[in-house]
Ligand binder design. Structure first.
Ligand code: IPE
Ligand code: IPE
Ligand code: MG
Length: 242
């Protein structure tokens, strides 16, 4: 079982189109899939779930879709707060908050604070998030620490650098699921996905169910993770020869 599952929730627009509905209905239906995934993850004791809800490039979409999505985030957060508290879910947002509407930003901060004691599951919401943007913001903060004489450039290792990322303290994802059949990362967690197993499903995000989640987990369990080393079986055989 993976400890951290990250999800690129894609295909809301196509789902709406197939049902002859406006795009926003696809996003609304997609919110239900988020609920399903969190319920399921709690049951299976998956410790971290990160979802890609809005990318730094999604700001370029038409104004009405962006506005609709921001409103939906607000509604979702207000509605779900009680569930987070009841289920021991700790919310944490990653991304460039400065671009978010003040109401959404405040709500995120407030719920992060209120759910900080949640011990069952860390729910990481990537909004206004881009992997490159995150790395650049981290480099900027690190540069300032160097300028202030707090960090010696020679001492910077990947572990130190990752402390400046939005995901500081969160282990890298074990499994990345992307829905709607697209084989790309779309600027998600560029640093953190270095050795993550990727599962792509054709199911559109609003149709993503507990059963589909199980299928993705099952596929993950069949993977052999090597992290650049040699396979477990092979080193076992070697030791017998020796
Ligand atoms: C994913 O669904 C949700 C967001 C990116 C906000 P899309 O809106 O990208 O749906 P498709 O890919 O057009 O079907
Ligand atoms: C990725 O989906 C972003 C989110 C799911 C929030 P997109 O629909 O924006 O990605 P592309 O454009 O297909 O790469
Ligand atoms: Mg898409």
């Amino acid at each position: 079982m993976p400890s951290h599952v990250a999800i690129i929730m894609d295909g809301n627009g196509r789902w709406a189109e197939r049902h002859g509905l406006p795009r926003l209905s696809g996003h609304e239906k997609g919110v239900e899939s988020v609920r399903t995934v969190l319920e399921h993850a709690c049951r299976l004791s998956i410790r971290y779930v990160t979802v890609y809800a809005f990318s730094s490039e999604n700001w370029e979409r038409p104004e009405d879709e962006v506005q609709g999505l921001m409103q939906l985030f607000g509604e979702y957060l207000r509605k779900e707060k009680e569930t987070f508290l009841r289920e021991g879910i700790r919310l944490r947002a990653i991304g460039d908050r400065s671009r978010l509407p003040v109401s959404v930003r405040e709500l995120l901060g407030q719920i992060e604070e209120e759910t900080a004691g949640g011990e069952n599951l860390d729910f990481i919401l990537a909004v206004s998030y881009g992997g490159r943007d995150e790395i650049v913001r981290a480099a900027r903060r690190l540069g300032m620490a160097i300028q202030a004489g707090e960090v010696a450039p020679d001492a910077i290792r990947p572990e130190e650098f990752s402390r400046y990322l939005d995901t500081d303290g969160i282990p890298d994802p074990d499994l990345l699921i992307r829905t709607s059949g697209e084989f790309r990362i779309s600027n998600f967690l560029l640093w953190q996905l270095a050795y993550t197993e990727i599962v792509v499903t054709d199911v559109l995000w609003p149709d993503f169910s507990g059963e589909e989640f199980d299928r993705c987990l099952c596929e993950f369990s069949r993977r052999e993770r090597r992290f650049g080393r040699r396979s477990v079986q092979e080193s076992f055989d070697d030791s017998r020869i020796a």
